[in-house]
Design a binder for this molecule. Structure first.
Ligand code: CP
Length: 305
């Protein structure tokens, strides 16, 4: 494939190749190979129109570990504030010879538009409420490395599904790889049309307590208050009481089951601090795995040697 704009771009064989390549990248890093020459002479542009900590830093680390030249572009402080369009910004990057553009944008579909204007590969690093495919890949990688498989794994994705690009990409990727996904949350945050659009293979539940004992993975989502209207979200206390993962709910999960969160977290809202910091949590591991997975994506898209 040339671009990674959606988890739907990946069939099972391609997704597995990315996960296997990421495992090789992680093994090399474990052997203290700090830099690989695979993308020497290639240029990766990080084009970020929305804030990011994990994704931006890990794409930069991934590209540098593969010896690529990295240009970091943040909309803040650029000519975007003077009204420059995405297309004109893209053409400017094109003129600088970008081999890959990693884009995060507040508009759903921006990576698809960008792919029409640049010759290089486009990687979606999160577009609006649409998708975040490399997050889904690093989540799948983390599940596979902790639990040994994805096929048949029971995954609960919990919370603000309506606004979550992480949920959308995970549903697409995990069902492609044979996992059984249940999305869980209040009816206002999983309208049935959204649930149906996610995947016909996905179950929906409004009862977290009923789902926990039958889950191998519980993935908590950030409550995106910045995208919320009052009608979606009655109160933080009520949300936390019904859908927050606290210590007593953690005890309802099977002993082998893991807790995930893509970050950033609202500690005390969707996840209690004791749960986020417990040995059952893979939150820090997910961040570390993100570098290996993004190395694999850049390496495979750019035909690294
Ligand atoms: N998970 C994730 O996308 O985090 P950032 O917004 O910090 O990149």
């Amino acid at each position: 494939i040339k671009h990674l704009r959606s988890a739907a771009d990946l069939d099972a064989a391609t997704a597995t190749l990315i996960l296997d390549t990421a495992a090789e990248m992680a093994a090399l890093s474990g052997r203290e190979v700090k830099k690989l020459p695979a993308l020497r002479g290639r240029t990766v542009v990080n084009l970020f129109y929305e804030d990011s900590t994990r994704t931006r830093i890990s794409f930069e680390a991934a590209a540098k570990r593969l010896s690529a030249d990295v240009i970091n572009f943040s909309a803040k402080g650029s000519s975007v504030s003077k009204g420059e369009s995405l297309k004109d910004t893209a053409l400017t990057l094109q003129a600088m010879g970008a081999d890959a553009v990693v884009i995060r944008h507040w508009a759903s579909g921006a990576p698809h538009r960008l792919a029409n204007w640049v010759d290089g590969s486009v990687v979606n690093a999160g577009d609006g409420t649409h998708e975040h495919p490399t997050q889904a890949l690093l989540d799948a990688y983390t599940m596979r490395s902790r639990l040994g498989r994805l096929d048949g794994l029971r995954v609960a994705i919990v919370g603000d599904v309506l606004h979550s690009r992480v949920a959308r990409s995970n549903v697409l990727l995990l069902t492609t790889l044979g996992a059984q996904v249940t999305v869980v949350g209040p009816p206002t945050l999983i309208p049935l049309d959204v649930a149906a659009a996610l995947s016909e293979k996905t179950q929906v539940s409004f009862d977290l307590d009923a789902v926990l004992p039958d889950s191998d993975v519980v993935m908590m989502l950030r409550v995106q208050t910045e995208r919320m209207q009052d009608s979606y979200f009655p109160s933080a206390r009520e949300y936390s009481r019904r859908y927050g993962l606290d210590v007593s709910r953690l005890a309802k999960m099977p002993e082998h089951a893991i807790v995930m969160h893509p970050g950033p977290m609202n500690r005390g809202m969707e996840i209690a601090p004791e749960v986020a910091d417990s040995p059952r949590s893979t939150i820090v591991e997910q961040v570390a795995n993100g570098v290996s997975v993004r190395m694999a994506v850049l390496y495979l898209l750019l035909g690294g040697k």
